[in-house]
Ligand binder design. Sequence first.
Ligand SMILES: Cc1cc2nc3c(=O)[nH]c(=O)nc-3n(C[C@H](O)[C@H](O)[C@H](O)COP(=O)(O)O)c2cc1C
Ligand code: SF4
Ligand code: SF4
Ligand code: SF4
Ligand code: FES
Length: 595
Amino acid sequence: MYRSHVLVCGGTGCTSSGSQEIILALQTELKKQGLEKEVCVVQTGCHGLCALGPIMIVYPEASFYSMVKVDDIPEIVEEHLLKGRVVKRLLYDETLTDDGVRSLSDTDFYRHQHRIALQNCGVINPENIDEYIGTHGYEALGKVLTELTPDDVIKTLLDSGLRGRGGGGFPTGLKWKFAKASENKQKYVCCNADEGDPGAFMDRSVLEGDPHVVLEAMTIAGYTIGSNQGYIYVRAEYPIAVQRLTIAIDQARKYGLLGKNIFDSGFDFDIDLRLGAGAFVCGEETALMTSIEGKRGEPRPRPPFPAVKGLFGKPTLLNNVETYANIPQIILHGAEWFASMGTGKSKGTKVFALGGKINNTGLVEIPMGTTLRTIIEDIGGGIPNGKKFKAAQTGGPSGGCIPTEHLDIPIDYDNLISIGSMMGSGGLIVMDEDNCMVDIAKFFLQFTVDESCGKCTPCRVGTKRLYEILDKITKGKATLEDLDRLEELCYYIKDNSLCGLGQTAPNPVLSTLHYFKDEYLAHVIDKKCPAGVCKALLSYEIDPEKCKGCTLCARICPAGAITGTVKHPHTINKEKCLKCGACMEKCRFGAIQKH
Ligand SMILES: Cc1cc2nc3c(=O)[nH]c(=O)nc-3n(C[C@H](O)[C@H](O)[C@H](O)COP(=O)(O)O)c2cc1C
Ligand code: SF4
Ligand code: SF4
Ligand code: SF4
Ligand code: FES
């Protein structure tokens, strides 16, 4: 028995801001104070507030310390762990109130969230199977193997309304039903942990913080569809996830929760890892399976669907990490419990990786139907530096931008599609008035051009042409005809590409064209970039009234474009100017403007 538990976040975000050093310093300091038998240090997965890492929670008080540094450790150990006095200066400021310390669950960041897929992340030690079992882990598997038939499981999933969290939103129960219905001695269960969308790290956090939940769900899937072998396809750039999965698989095998005769039910199931090299297209299900087979990860036409002919030509069930993470709880709490959350056709919760121009960047799990406004203003803490919200991008390279007018739309699969975006896997990038929407579309197109596998011409050549037109627009060289060609080409690529990558690649262009046409027109007609991003369209000027002739700008200009004498107004030679903005940053008198 320990008197105190100190939970230190060991997710990728906190690890990169130094949580491993914090753990070492903590262990050393506890030893120094003779507290190592009284205080237990636990490394957990992500809590969500990654921007404030490294994060530490001390129980039983549940004091939430953020941005902890190695130098803070002696004070935390001496003051809090030895003398029982909370170190107020390190507390997450939202938990600090006039009359004491507020619980973390009452803060704006957590108040609107509901954690199902993330329920164990930040709570248990992911490298210790006993901690998972201690939170009802593997109970759902026990129930399934000893009390339920495969059809019972499928009915529960169908009734729950769970839909795939990997992007498409296909009903999970239906997918399991199809895979079960395929007759074959050998079937496979796959987990898609490729997560290639820029800015997304939902699946990584589940794997790092709660790897057993995926193993448990896949084993339930194996029993349900009649498979004895599972594969987790995880990108090699996720070393912490790979390490924790390896440990978890090993532990589950030792406990008899993977392998032969699980729970004495006569059912055998095992799971192996396959590492992906980080190509976005390998997240597409047919490409993923081709890659597991050891071949180049290229998509193939569907049908046949994986449920009929998948991995090694056998019936295969493939789900996303977050989809699996919901399943044990649905089995334990029942379909109605799950279906009571969310909207008409989108049940339960969804995890989003909040990024971009937002104060609380990190990971959030919200009930379906929560509005974007709640996510951005309440959970996300609004836009930094008093800037104005411009758009939120959901669905990554397959999605679109949502403008202010739709901030109050309840988020679910169908609503997002109806406003020209999509759920995708859960990346949510917030943009403010300083973002240029043409530039954003160009960024996503650059990504798809780089990631297109090249198998079919509409995608390989078409996305490149789209990129070129966007580039022409940002350089002020496009005409109105180019805008028409841009739109026409978008629909052609959507209609003629072989896989989802090409079919959705034009979405960022179409949605920005739809909501921000005036910005495109400003680039094309006025040769201006209203947000001041597109370099070729900018010009820097010095206001002679404000210029004090301090010479700072002339000294910093890398192009020698600024001339003038001390105490006299300076001027910029536009021919020479590289538009780097260094002079504007340097001028203390606000005399330099960009137009
Ligand atoms: C280009 C492309 C990339 C994809 N990347 C992922 C991914 O990284 N993770 C994922 O779960 N699904 C991804 N998908 C969707 C999968 O093909 C598949 O629909 C999904 O994994 C099915 O699981 P679910 O039903 O649980 O959502 C991608 C699809 C496309 C077209
Ligand atoms: S649409 Fe693009 S990514 Fe998909 S198969 Fe064709 S070329 Fe490859
Ligand atoms: S830094 Fe500003 S005030 Fe100084 S010379 Fe340049 S423009 Fe004028
Ligand atoms: S923007 Fe850069 S290159 Fe242009 S005048 Fe200023 S410092 Fe010189
Ligand atoms: S990685 Fe530590 S809070 Fe997200």
